[in-house]
Design a protein around this ligand. Structure first.
Ligand SMILES: CC(C)(COP(=O)(O)OP(=O)(O)OC[C@H]1O[C@@H](n2cnc3c(N)ncnc32)[C@H](O)[C@@H]1OP(=O)(O)O)[C@@H](O)C(=O)NCCC(=O)NCCS
Length: 166
């Protein structure tokens, strides 16, 4: 997939270890998120996430991407294609810079993503949010994601599974 097609408004690029410091600066200010989804981000946890894959997937289906407004990194997403099945895309992580939050930018990114994924044959997008995180729950509901009735527990929190048909 050509990630530059995922947005008309922003520059979208694959991110690597040389971007970790910038990603860390964006993430660390999102304290509400880490309150619900501990531990607090670190440069090591970002590198770990960059390399994390669901079972039976390989790196060619993983897109750890940054959205840039000019030079400025405004959002980060971890997208897994064809998971859990070949017509589904999975958002493992999505975060915007606190400085631009609540201005519709996050929703715009998700809208453009869904349009682009539909064009390449994806029929739904799946994701999870930490139960009771009001910001995440409101955001994904606003963006037409609906709980599938499934959840899973980690030792620190419960994840609610949701999806959106394209
Ligand atoms: C969730 C997130 C991606 C939204 O990005 P954004 O650029 O602010 O998105 P938008 O401006 O399009 O929408 C934000 C919505 O969340 C709402 N919101 C913000 N903080 C909230 C809170 N504490 N409780 C409830 N709703 C909240 C806003 O009011 C807005 O909804 P509205 O338009 O109906 O008023 C961003 O807040 C973020 O990165 N949060 C931390 C990471 C996270 O939770 N990611 C999602 C789970 S993977």
């Amino acid at each position: 997939m050509d990630v530059s097609l995922l947005s008309d408004r922003y520059i979208v690029q694959m991110m690597g270890e040389s971007d970790v410091e910038r990603i860390y600066e964006l993430c660390r200010k999102n304290s509400l998120y880490y309150q619900y989804c501990p531990p607090l981000v670190s440069e090591e946890s970002i590198i770990c996430d960059m390399n994390a894959l669901p079972q039976n997937k390989d790196m060619q289906d993983k897109y750890y991407i940054g959205y840039y407004d000019g030079e400025r990194l405004i959002a980060v997403m971890d997208l897994i294609m064809d998971f859990p099945d070949e017509t589904t895309a999975f958002i493992g992580f999505f975060m915007t810079d606190v400085a631009i939050q609540n201005t519709g930018i996050g929703s715009g990114i998700i809208k453009d993503l869904c349009v682009c994924l539909a064009k390449i044959g994806i029929s739904k997008v799946r994701l999870g949010w930490v139960k009771d995180n009001p910001q995440a729950e409101h955001f994904w509901h606003k963006n037409k994601f609906v709980e599938v009735g499934d959840f899973y527990d980690t030792d620190k929190y419960t994840v609610i599974v949701a999806q959106r048909y394209l």
